[in-house]
Design a protein around this ligand. Structure first.
Ligand code: NAD
Length: 261
């Protein structure tokens, strides 16, 4: 097994589930010390349990925080630096899908909620982590956008706006911080089978969501959902020194679906 993260500190938000959890497991297998953030403390404990099962000697700091609140973001960054003195990799990933509706029925509160977590949360994270990385003169940030951040999907005003915003932040800050030895990337996952996607299918049909899922993946060139581990491999690569010249880029991981006409 490669040890790309030996002596490296990786900070991950939304680490209690799905893509954050899978990426946490992957980077710890490769030697990382972890700082894991989530709104849900029970799910953080669950991720820690899974990590210790694979890597019993792993160092794992758990921080319960809401990424849409700037003071809580400042606090999770401070706690990470107090514990480990540095941050080498930051997977800025926490997000929600929000309700599905036509734009006129979307709901102003829902719009603000989704943007507050998915976009403001990513901005706050970058703001405080970049300060640390700039002092170090090194670091890699991976922001979680979505295919909904590079294409229109429909019925997802808040999600689309927030994820397109994440792409914009990534491009803008990547161009600013390359000169400081820092690279900033975004991933644009398609449908990866996590609790978020399960919830989304259940919004369409709570009884027959598995059948809905089968229909949903038919237009995908690979005819299946992605797996969280597949995203974990990509995130680990992008956070590692091997990806240090990939900057301000948005990388789809969607079985090729976003390239299809
Ligand atoms: P998930 O629901 O399985 O995990 C998301 C985690 O984020 C949960 O543990 C949740 O508690 C946490 N979270 C939610 N709101 C938070 C907040 N305010 N503060 C801190 N933590 C919070 O979802 P996932 O599929 O792993 O999604 C992770 C990211 O990937 C999200 O940004 C999502 O938009 C994005 N994404 C997912 C898919 C997919 O198909 N699964 C596709 C594209 C993009």
């Amino acid at each position: 097994m490669s040890n790309r993260f030996e002596d490296k500190v990786v900070l991950i938000t939304g680490a209690g589930s799905g893509l954050g959890q899978a990426s946490a497991i992957q980077v710890t297998k490769e030697g990382a010390k972890l700082s894991l953030v989530d709104l849900n403390s029970d799910s953080l404990e669950e991720t820690k349990k899974l990590i210790l099962k694979t890597v019993p000697e792993a160092e794992v700091l758990l921080i319960t925080a809401d990424v849409s609140k700037e003071d809580e973001v400042k606090n999770y960054v401070n706690k990470t630096v107090e514990t480990y003195s540095r941050i080498d990799g930051f997977f800025n990933n926490a997000g929600i899908e929000g309700k599905q509706n036509l734009t006129e029925e979307y709901g102003t509160d829902e719009f603000h909620k989704v943007v507050g977590i998915n976009l403001n949360g990513v901005f706050y994270g970058m703001k405080y982590v970049l300060e640390v990385m700039k002092k170090q003169g090194s670091g890699s940030i991976v922001n979680t956008a979505s295919v909904g951040g590079i294409r229109g999907i429909g019925n997802q005003s808040g999600y689309a706006a927030s994820k397109h915003g994440v792409v914009g932040l990534t491009r803008n800050s990547g161009i600013e911080y390359g000169q400081f030895g820092i690279s900033i990337k975004a991933i644009a996952p398609g449908a990866i089978m996590t609790p978020m996607v399960e919830g989304s299918l259940k919004q369409i049909d709570p009884e027959n969501w598995e059948e809905v899922g089968k229909q949903f993946v038919q237009p995908n060139p690979m005819k299946r959902f992605g797996k969280p581990e597949e995203v974990g491999y990509l995130v680990a690569f992008l956070l590692s020194d091997q990806a240090s010249y990939i900057n301000a880029a948005v990388i789809p991981i969607d079985g090729g679906q976003s390239y299809k006409y």
